[in-house]
Design a protein. Sequence first.
Length: 282
Amino acid sequence: MTSTVNAVIPVDELIAAAHELSVTGRWERASRLLDACITDVPGPRAQLARAAAQVALEQDWFAGTDTATARIEAAEKEFPGGDWDVDFARLRNTYRRLLVVDGRLRLGPDGKDPETLASLRHEAEVLRDDAPDEGRRGWAEMYLGLITDNHFADLAGAPPHYASALRAAESVDEPLLAREALRHLGDHDHDAGDHDLALERWRRAATLGAGAGTVPGTLSQLLLLAVLARDSGDEAGAGALATEVAHWAEAIGAPRLAAQARDFLTGVDPTQPPQQDGARRP
């Protein structure tokens, strides 16, 4: 038997709680919390719909579900005049969906419509230029880097976007954005053979992620540290770390990450794309 309680809760506090649940990997709990809140007031209703779309994006990325599209469409209806955050959610979702071609992860432009990719990059540029604050500008810059890396295979063009995103994150104390930028800057350091700088950045990214409470994000970062352990000749340490990442990822419902960790144990380098097309992994 389910009982209900009517309560007055500030919508900002409610959304913050859902965000924290989502960051820890409790995506379904976060979605249920938001869905349980019913209001006829347009402003709060729109905020709740937008937050639900953002939770769905995180779940789709780590859990391999496909729930964000419907949530984003619902949020767009609540903002008939447009909304930067909803537009950014749409961009993130399009970026994610374009990574899959014929049912498989495909990095780089092969098999993708050039006009669609050009439009995606243009949308990211518009979001960056129209961002209402420095934090949002940094996130748009981050996705410009990801699009440049993983859809255009422009490995020289991506790092400046990540560096700009990192500066924005540090200026407004946005640890999740800083973690993301450091993660991808470290990828480029690793590919260039600068393992010391990659280690420095990846360790800092892991610390920032843990401090911000992102369980799946921290696990994915630990897998990259396992890569560096293997590179240094510490196969036993690399294997032990990857084994735990696989177990923990399974436990929180992040099968994509768990599969990456298991593949690592068989010798696969998760920093390399599934096809040697010059692109990076997402």
